[in-house]
Design a protein around this ligand. Structure first.
Ligand code: GLN
Length: 483
């Protein structure tokens, strides 16, 4: 986060000061809108937001006056990635094909935040349809990293991460299909959680790769990100993949200790080629965990090297099928000059999608096509199972959490990888496994290199967000006392 953000009250402090009556219910919302406005006059702007609800503060005031603004997050401003459906603001996924689309319904996560009293101030920028690792694939404009505006904020939830890192909002929602919450959190120096697949309802989340997509949270501390997760998680009859099981008390988890905790460190995530600075910060984080009472144990996840190709086969296959629905008939720009239905679709889709989305649709269509299906898609499903088994074996051997770097590097420069999709894909190496195996994972800041933040990742067993949050809180505390 930036120095300006560090001076802002935390999400929990905001909630507490509104609840106690010390601060008016619309004050933090108004401050948030002002910070967003100020960014527009900065050269260049960070530009985390695509859509801003300028009336959010007035609305919050009215709701409070009518006694309709209550709950654990009353008066807390939050931001939502623009691939989740909202009633008051457009939902465009950073794509031209959804230009002007306003959803007639609301995502469960958004509804739960509002029910808890939170106020949505705006929708944040993303790589088109959440496909990317830098937010440069947004059809509208890129977002910059608040710590260094010449660099990317990461992606695809770069807008949400940047908004939190710049102190514009204390918390935000993102989506994570292969790292899109954790990697931008790492690049911007904030905390990002990807929950267990099925922990949070996907109702109202625009689908990218349905078997991997999961909504996650951003905060400036583990506690704030966990608090948001607590509010949005839990059963939802509108999403059949959302588990019916109860959500653990994550706030209680955030006050535990690391005594007796076994932290697994997989060799495959620390290759010889790993950036020396990233490695040193990881070693230091592990030393702190040890001092705090944890046992650090070397482990092996042997199928890690196949994770990126497996992910890019499954994710593109599912994307090609999910994105078939964008035909331009009900919304989006309509080409008046089309002479046939076929020509209409062709014009809509070739003009409406950006080049990365087209690349994914083509890759996905290819791996699903007759003759190649078994060789690519079928095989990828098998390798996905092996990757999940690797983790299961490690956890069954008594390891409670696994620690890795979140990303092999710090934030790269804007433009550095945009013309080299393979390099961009390879930067997802440490994050895609959690999605393939359905595990919960968190990224938290563990230091910086030349002023640029580095994130450490902690993964846990499916449904064990409590242990993950406990480990992350211990590490965060231990690093803070280091100064
Ligand atoms: N960077 C990965 C991709 O481009 C992950 C994206 C995501 O998690 N939405 O697919």
């Amino acid at each position: 986060m930036t120095a300006a953000a560090a001076d802002r009250p935390s999400l929990r402090e905001m909630a507490e000061s509104v609840a106690s009556g010390a601060v008016e219910p619309s004050t933090f919302v108004a401050e948030s809108l002002e910070a967003i406005r100020q960014d527009r006059s900065r050269i260049p702007p960070i530009h985390p937001f695509l859509w801003v609800d300028e009336k959010a503060a007035a609305r919050a005031g009215e709701r409070a006056a009518a006694n309709r603004l209550s709950g654990p997050l009353a008066g807390v401003p939050v931001a939502i990635k623009d691939n989740m459906a909202t009633l008051e603001l457009p939902t465009t996924c950073g794509s031209r094909i959804l230009d002007g689309y306003c959803s007639p319904f609301e995502a469960t996560t958004v509804q739960r935040l509002k029910d808890a009293g939170a106020v949505v101030v705006g929708k944040t920028n993303l790589d088109e349809f959440a496909m990317g690792s830098s937010t440069e694939n947004s059809a509208i404009a890129p977002t910059r990293n608040p710590r260094d505006p010449t660099r990317v904020p990461g992606g695809s939830s770069g807008g949400s991460a940047a908004a939190v890192a710049a102190g514009m909002v204390p918390g935000a929602l993102g989506s994570d299909t292969g790292g899109s919450v954790r990697q931008p959190a790492s690049f911007c120096g904030v905390v990002g959680i990807k929950p267990t697949y099925g922990r949070v309802s996907r109702y109202g989340l625009v689908a990218f790769a349905s078997s991997l997509d999961q909504i996650g949270t951003f905060g400036r501390s583990v506690r704030d990100a966990a608090l948001l997760l607590q509010v949005i998680a839990g059963p939802d009859p509108r999403d059949s993949t959302c588990a019916r099981s109860d959500v653990p008390d994550l706030l209680k988890a955030s006050s535990g200790s690391a005594e007796g905790m076994v932290v697994g460190v997989p060799d495959e995530y620390f290759p010889d080629s790993l950036d020396a600075g990233v490695r040193a910060l990881c070693d230091e984080a592990l030393a702190r965990m040890q001092e705090a009472g944890a046992e650090v144990r070397r482990v092996s996840l042997p199928h890690t090297e196949y994770a990126v190709p497996t992910y890019y086969i499954i994710a593109t296959a599912e994307a090609s099928s999910n994105l078939a629905r964008y035909d331009g008939v009900r919304y989006g720009p309509r080409p008046a000059e089309a002479r046939s239905t076929g020509e209409f679709y062709e014009m809509v889709r070739s003009r409406g999608f950006g080049s990365e989305v087209k690349r994914r649709i083509m890759l996905g269509t290819y791996v699903l096509s007759a003759g190649y299906y078994e060789a690519f898609y079928g095989r990828a499903q098998k390798v996905r199972a092996l990757i999940a088994q690797d983790f299961a074996r490690v956890f069954d051997a008594g390891v409670h959490v696994v620690f890795t770097p979140t990303s092999p590097t710090v934030a790269f420069r804007i433009g550095e990888k945009i013309d080299d999709p393979l390099q961009m894909y390879l930067s997802d190496i440490f994050t895609v496994t959690a999605n393939l195996a359905g595990l919960p994972a968190i990224s938290l800041p563990i230091g910086s290199i030349g002023g640029l933040p580095v994130g450490g990742q902690i993964l846990a067993r499916r449904w064990d967000e409590a242990t993950m949050v406990r480990a992350a809180t211990v590490l965060e505390g231990a690093l803070r006392t280091r100064g």
